[in-house]
Every structure is written in C-alpha cells, then in structure tokens.
Design a protein around this ligand. Sequence first.
Ligand code: ADP
Ligand code: FDP
Length: 577
Amino acid sequence: MATAAVSSGGISDQLFVSIKLECPRLDELGLVPHVFGSHPVAGSWDSSKALPMEQEEAAVWGLSCVVPSHHETLDFKFLLKPKGNSSQCIVEEGPDRSLVCGSSEVETRNALFKFDDELGAVECKVFVETEILSPFDLAASWKAHQEHLQPRVRGAHDVSMNAESESRAKNGFASGLELDLEKYVVPTPNMGSGVVYAANLTENPRSLLTTGISSNILHNSIKGDASPNLYASANKGADGRHVPPQEEQRAIFVDRGVGSPKFARPTNETISMSNAKFDSEAKDMPAAEGAVAAAAVADQMYGPKEDRKLAIVLVGLPARGKTFTAAKLTRYLRWLGHETKHFNVGKYRRLKHGINQTADFFRGDNKEGVEARNEVAALAMEDMLSWMQEGGQVGIFDATNSTRSRRNMLMKMAEGKCKIIFLETICNDKDVLERNMRLKVQQSPDYAEQTDFEAGVRDFKERLAYYEKVYEPVEEGSYVKMIDMVSGSGGQLQINDISGYLPGRIVFFLVNCHLTPRPILLTRHGESLDNVRGRIGGDSSLSETGLLYSRKLASFIEKRLATERTASVSMHFFNCN
Ligand SMILES: Nc1ncnc2c1ncn2[C@@H]1O[C@H](COP(=O)(O)OP(=O)(O)O)[C@@H](O)[C@H]1O
Ligand SMILES: O=P(O)(O)OC[C@H]1O[C@@](CO)(OP(=O)(O)O)[C@@H](O)[C@@H]1O
C-alpha cells in the first residue's frame, strides 16, 4: 500500500493513505477485500496478516492507514478472502502497486481477480488518495476517528471499546503508529517572525481621531489647568461616545503612515521576592514559587469595589520589553474575563507627530519634545480613563513614563477614577539589550522609512542614551518591578503595596511570564490492563506495553528534557466522576 520518508522542519511527517475499492459483486459473493504489502503495517507480504477493508456502502470498501516515515516506497496488492474464512485468498492479477512518497502519481488501475471455477473474474474500480500529515494533524484525525467510532457516553465512568474497532486498532492503526520516543523530534515553536509590531495592535487613539484639538487645551489639561474632559467632550454621539469624523480619521492614518500594511492587604513595605525569588537557574520550579508568592499576595487582598478599575502603568527605558509585556498581560486578563485594553503612547505620538522623529525629539532637555510627549501621554491617559468610565476594567498604559514628574501627572489624572500600579521592566543584560534594540529598529514604524538599518540602530541608541540621562526608577506608589527576568542569570520580581485579587493574579502571571515561545508536550499513561480489556478509565496496573512506554517516557525525560534549562514536568490527575 503506501510509502514515505518525509521530514519537514525536523519533524517526521507521515503518509496518510486512503484506498477504496468499488465492486457490486463482492458482497454477493461473500468476499472481503484486503490489502497486503511490503510494509509491516500491511503484513509484510504475509497474506494471513493482510488488512481487511471495511464496507462503507453496498459496493464500496475502504481502508485508510498511516505509514511511518522510515520507508521509502511501499508496494501492495489487493486480495479477496471469503467472509469468515481467512485461510483462503485470491490475490489480484498484475504487478505490485507502488506508492512513492512525494509523488503525485498513484496507481489506480482496476483490480482484476480471477477465479478457478465458473465465476470467471471480478473487476473492481480502485481509488487511492494520499496525504502527507504532520504528527499533529495525525493526532487530530486519529482523535476524530476514535470519537466517531466511540461516541462519548455522558456520566459513564469508563467506556468499552467494541471488539471490531479494537481489532482494527491492533491491525491497522495502532501497530502502525509506533511512537518511538527515542526518535521523537520536539517541535520548534513558531518564534513569531514576521509578526505585526505589538504596538500597532493597541487601541486606536480615539481622541486624536475625534477632533483637531488645540495644543493649548491639551497643554492646559496636562498642567491641570483645565478639565481633561474638555477635549474629550467634543464630538460626542447620542450615546455619549466619541464619534470619529470619518474624513479626519482617514486623513490622519494616511498622512502619518501609521497602521501601514507594512507592519502588517495592603502593606507599605517592599516585599522583595527574595523568599520567593524568581531565579531561572534555581532547581525549584519557578511556576510553583510564583504560585505560592502570588497566592500569598492575593489571599490577603480583596480590595474595595472602587479599586476594581485598574491602570497598569508601564515604566522603563526603551527596548525593555514594555510593549511585549503589556500585550501579553492584556491577552491574559482578557482570557480571565476582564475588560482590558492596551494603550500605547508611541502610537499616539506617531499619529500626532509623525513617524520620522529623530533621537533629538526624545532629549530630556528638549523642552518642546518633552511637552509634545507629555501631551500625547495625557491624551492616551484621558482615552483610557474615558473608556474605564464606559465600563472598561483594566487599562494598560504603555510608555516609558521614565520620570517622576510624568508619573505624577498620570497619578493626578487618575485620582478618584482608578487605582494605578506601576509595572517597571528593568534589564541590564547587554546582549539582550543589543538584540532588543535591533529588533525595535526592525519592527517599529519609527524606522519604517529608514533604509539604512545601521543608521536606524545608531539613532535608536542615541534616543536610549537621552532617556537614560533622565530616567528615575519607580520608588513611589504601588509597583511591581521585573528585574532581569529574561537574561537567564537569575531574575527578580519586586512588589510594593500591591493589594486586591486582580493585582494578585497579575503578579502571578508576571512571575510565570516567559519570553520565548516553548512547546508543551502532553502524554497519557501507558497502556493499562483495563485498556487491554478494551476499557478506558479504572485504576489498573500497566500492561507490558504500558510498562515499556513508561520506561521509554522516563528515559525521554531524563535524556532529552534534562538538558533543557527551563523544562518542567508536571502531572495532572483527571477525575471525570
Ligand atoms: N522583561 C524583559 N526584559 C528585557 N527584554 C524583554 C523583556 N520582555 C520582552 N523583552 C524583549 O524585548 C523586545 C523589545 O520589546 P518592546 O516591548 O518592544 O520594548 P519597549 O516597549 O520596552 O520599547 C521584545 O521583542 C522581547 O523580545
Ligand atoms: O513619552 P514616553 O513616556 O517616553 O513614552 C512613549 C514613547 O515610548 C517610546 C520610546 O522609544 O517607545 P515605543 O514606541 O516603543 O512605545 C516612543 O515611541 C514613545 O513616544
């Protein structure tokens, strides 16, 4: 029957083969078509081990199976056996059929069977379909197949497999799907190359898209001389929401080149996590430490209702992973069911001042630059607060917010409206920073029009140096500091004055935050004695095969995962009662 030696990206693909035989006479004659061939899955040319085809319709018989990847070509033939008598067989006439992996040509000549007696001959139409499948596709289709055969019974403790499917599993599939853990290639996760710059996916600056606000009004509001709602009240619809005039919206997007398809209980002490320090080189599992630490925080903290509006204000020099962390946190909080939005001040700045600002714009002694940046930061904060008043729960405010005066401005704006937690990301690892900076120049719309990549890197480094000169680490308010959480030489999470259920969850998340995507491997136990009897569930011992699997699994973990610095193994027991 089939073939295949395919490998893509280090993962062995498998050849899925579906064969159909059409002949109205077979049923009349009480004959069952089989397939046998050169691969052990198809009996290694031993007719007594041929795979029986299944009657799908009155005249149609089918068989699908999967051929493991270590065979180049597989030859096969059809044979007929009388129902209930597997010792006799009639093999089809003509040469062996061959399936070669990667070849689009499949042998579909009719199958001719000659009988010695007056029956003469029987001719059957042949249809063959092949598909190369990854192990994941295969697992999914196997699951679907199993579920199709054995619909789940609600409330049943265990489900018996019927004899037919069991024997088929033994003959056709399970034996063919010999998962050799020694050779299992752990898939490389998608590293997200070519992904859209995370800041582009943040909230659209609605105040900027709403009206051509005068800088003065904005400026006043920043200084606290005017109600911040002054400009926000412009252009409201019947429901009180902002109505962006279409024309302006379009004009701004086009003119600035933003969104271009190119990119595509309370405590006042500092709780240092030295007791529950996150150290990626430590042997203890960080996840477990994080859970304990976060639970300790969360358990004490069920804050008052008014604290439920929460602003997470990022703080950090450029290229410290603020936008990255903000995007991940947004996703997590949304997944928990909290209305969360990510506001990126860079996006506002780009809309209002264009994408081509040089490092000079970010100089701490560039009064105009500082004012312009504060202006857009205030706009973003205003948008975030308005959104909270409309029902939003957690706003993530993503900017460098690198000076105390900027943070004071934000705290003042948030007074009585929401609680603020500063989330500072600190990174001292030169290699990580170098990589981050280059990544920023590659991805940020700020350098979309810079054709000289190295010139872009120099400009970004200059920008960073200006920020470093004025940078004031957070020492005020409630805060979480992520310190060198990515460098691999130990990391620390410091928390101060954090209270409430949600902040506790956030701390939990941050402690367990990973920088790089990683594969998650799931396995069930090996075959149990109950499984051998066709039963799922129960609590029986492992069969011989199950024991073999358990040894292979232990060796896989020891040999293969022990070398992975961040690998962790956890066991889960599911009780379906
Ligand atoms: N905690 C962290 N420390 C250092 N680098 C990080 C951290 N988290 C993520 N990164 C990396 O930093 C890169 C740049 O991140 P980004 O979020 O754009 O920086 P920022 O918003 O601080 O300018 C990301 O691609 C990511 O690989
Ligand atoms: O105004 P500050 O707090 O510096 O923060 C916003 C600035 O952060 C920057 C700093 O480089 O980063 P980003 O674009 O990566 O989000 C600028 O784009 C943006 O103008």
